[in-house]
Write a protein that binds this ligand. Structure first.
Ligand SMILES: NC(=O)c1ccc[n+]([C@@H]2O[C@H](COP(=O)([O-])OP(=O)(O)OC[C@H]3O[C@@H](n4cnc5c(N)ncnc54)[C@H](OP(=O)(O)O)[C@@H]3O)[C@@H](O)[C@H]2O)c1
Length: 238
């Protein structure tokens, strides 16, 4: 039986992905801060899920929490990091920006480093994280969110290069959603909003195929391409 951890499995994409992994025979460690939601999820399939509630911004605690959960699972083949936050911040409130960075940058890094080091030590593994199409260009609406997603994209690219350099079968998947119908996707002017089920089914398939980078849903690749093409002079007026 394959063993996976989903960090951020209390809601949204992470929760549905944990369900999909369990339905496909994985034993899944589920994490997040809201323990009650994890326990509810575990009750739907007690043999498939192991609960560990913790906050990944408590970066000193992350290694011990992940180690303990991995031991309970009996090893680790796949870790998917779905935890993330974002907020529109037109007034540039530094408190908001730092809260985002604390999770999307510091927490992300703590989980990524622990996972990669474990996989390097054992000689194999698969690390995936949900980044965003937002990581491709900056945005005046939510500078920290867009910048933190760019950080994640480059961090994953760095780890992928490190794995290749080490000549180890360690796979690193960067999952870049457009809009997915979760609590996070609240707001106006949303388009091509995918259901959580559709998004997760495409994510699962990308994981099975050990893809480097995947856009969710697939047509968001077109938007990514167009984003990159926008000339700087035009982008700064948007
Ligand atoms: N939905 C979209 O349209 C969209 C688009 C692009 C990218 N994404 C990315 O997809 C990922 C998942 O988001 P979602 O849409 O599924 O939203 P969500 O339902 O709000 O899920 C966010 C998850 O992050 C966890 N989390 C938040 N703070 C945490 C902390 N300090 N420590 C540990 N876990 C924490 C939450 O669990 P607790 O609150 O229980 O801790 C929850 O499980 C995020 O990285 C987001 O940036 C989403």
């Amino acid at each position: 039986m394959k063993r996976a951890i989903v960090v951020g499995a209390t809601s949204g994409i992470g929760r549905q992905l944990a369900i999909t992994l369990a339905a496909n025979g994985y034993k899944v460690g589920i994490t997040g801060r809201r323990e009650g939601l994890l326990i509810k999820l575990q009750a739907t399939r007690p043999d498939s899920f192991i609960v560990s509630a913790f906050d990944i911004t408590d970066i000193d605690a992350v290694p011990q929490k992940l180690r303990q959960l991995t031991d309970e699972l009996g090893g680790l083949d796949l870790l998917v990091l779905s935890s993330g936050t974002g907020k529109i911040n037109p007034v540039l409130d530094t408190v908001i920006e730092n809260q985002i960075n604390s999770l999307n940058v510091s927490g992300f890094t703590a989980v990524a480093n622990w996972t990669f080091n474990l996989f390097q030590k054992q000689g194999w593994g698969h690390f995936a994280a949900i980044t965003s199409i937002a990581g491709i260009r900056g945005s005046r609406q939510a500078p920290a969110y867009f910048a933190s997603k760019a950080y994640q994209i480059h961090y994953l690219e760095s780890l992928r290069q490190k794995a290749t350099n080490l000549k180890l079968p360690i796979y690193v998947t960067d999952i870049r959603p457009g809009f997915v119908d979760t609590d996070m996707a609240a707001g106006e002017n949303l388009f091509w909003v995918a259901s959580v089920e559709k998004a997760t089914s495409q994510i699962y398939s990308a994981l099975q195929n050990k893809r480097d980078v995947v856009y969710i849903t697939k047509r968001w690749r077109i938007i990514a391409f167009l984003f990159r093409l926008i000339p700087k002079a035009l982008h700064k007026r948007m």
